[in-house]
Design a protein around this ligand. Structure first.
Ligand SMILES: [Zn+2]
Ligand SMILES: [Zn+2]
Length: 327
């Protein structure tokens, strides 16, 4: 059921069945002429039903809204073209836009580039080919088509009498954006800051040091002190306190990654991730479900990239595999 946050601004909870994120928060800004939907859910039936039934409760049909995306991930963007219909515009940061506003072939080429890095890190080829079919980021992404428009850092979007200032916060994705609702003290954080889960930080072909970018973006968002944060998933909370917790979390994880590299010189990220601690119930690294391995190795890579940027470790490629060494 839509939950009113302030007049003309609603939270629409969208279930993500079988996904550890559990729930996406979409938001709806009601305007006199057009309404603006912030994020949508995966392109799958449970999300579709939850989204469109809640829009209906607010008197809206598919195509009655423009869509604003906080970032490119499929749990946010999957239903954007359906929700915007033929007349609606889909606003997204200029940096994340090419991943959505592209042909099937361009998307496949991007995934190939991403997959190559995982191969280089020793991720087994047979598991990577399983991922091609089971990764929701791929199977529930928006289809080709949709009228996209780019947003840049600092740009203001007006909707329903509100002024939303786009704040570019690279890290979780290269073009992740938060939106500051001017005069209301509200901050749409997307997945940049989540309150009861840690946003996933992975390696991106477009970002040499995604964790470094993320930590800088945390410092930048800390300058905003909202009355209320509106995150992309689950519960809200105190922004400044949460930013400090996330920074401390990554400081400890970096230290752990460094110790693991030191103890296992010459290993790649796939092997190193197996030595790190993870909050998942599996008796061994081998038993991890493949999707969880993908996230774990991605997170490990982002920490290794940052340790390299700090000059604490080095990497050389031997026989087509990355081999890390503490300095
Ligand atoms: Zn995300
Ligand atoms: Zn998300």
């Amino acid at each position: 059921m839509p939950q009113q946050i302030i007049p003309n601004l609603y939270r629409l909870p969208i279930p993500l069945p079988g996904n550890p994120l559990k729930e996406l928060n979409a938001y709806l800004i009601r305007g006199k002429d057009r309404c603006l939907l912030v994020d949508t859910g995966f392109r799958q039936d449970p999300c579709r039903q939850a989204l469109f039934s809640q829009l209906k409760e607010l008197g809206l049909a598919p195509g009655d809204v423009d869509v604003l995306l906080t970032h490119l991930h499929s749990d946010h963007a999957g239903l954007a073209p359906e929700a915007a219909g033929e007349k609606g515009t889909i606003f997204v940061s200029a940096i994340d836009r090419p991943s959505l506003d592209c042909t099937k072939e361009q998307r496949a080429a991007w995934w190939e580039q991403m997959t190559r890095r995982f191969q280089l890190e020793g991720f087994p080829a047979e598991l990577l080919s399983d991922m091609e079919h089971t990764n929701p980021a791929r199977s529930m992404a928006p289809p080709e088509g949709g009228r996209y428009e780019s947003l840049v850092d600092g740009q203001v979007l007006e909707a329903g009498g509100f002024r939303l200032r786009a704040l570019l916060m690279p890290g979780h994705t290269p073009g992740q954006m938060c939106f500051w609702v001017e005069g209301e003290g509200l901050l749409l954080t997307g997945d940049h800051v989540l309150f009861d889960i840690t946003p996933n930080i992975t390696a991106w072909p477009e970002m040499p040091d995604s964790l470094g970018s993320y930590l800088e973006s945390l410092d930048r968002i800390r300058n905003y002190v909202p009355v209320q944060s509106l995150p992309g998933h689950r519960e809200s909370g105190d922004l400044v306190r949460r930013v400090d917790e996330l920074k401390e979390h990554h400081r400890l994880r970096l230290e752990e990654a460094y110790q693991v590299v030191k103890a296992h010189p010459g290993a790649g990220a796939y092997e190193l991730a197996g030595y790190m601690t993870w909050k998942i119930r599996a008796s061994s690294w081998e038993e991890f479900p493949v999707a969880q391995k993908w996230f774990a190795v991605g997170e490990c890579m982002s920490h290794l990239d940052h340790l390299m940027a700090q000059g604490r470790i080095a990497c050389k490629t031997e026989d087509g595999l990355s081999r890390y060494q503490a300095l």
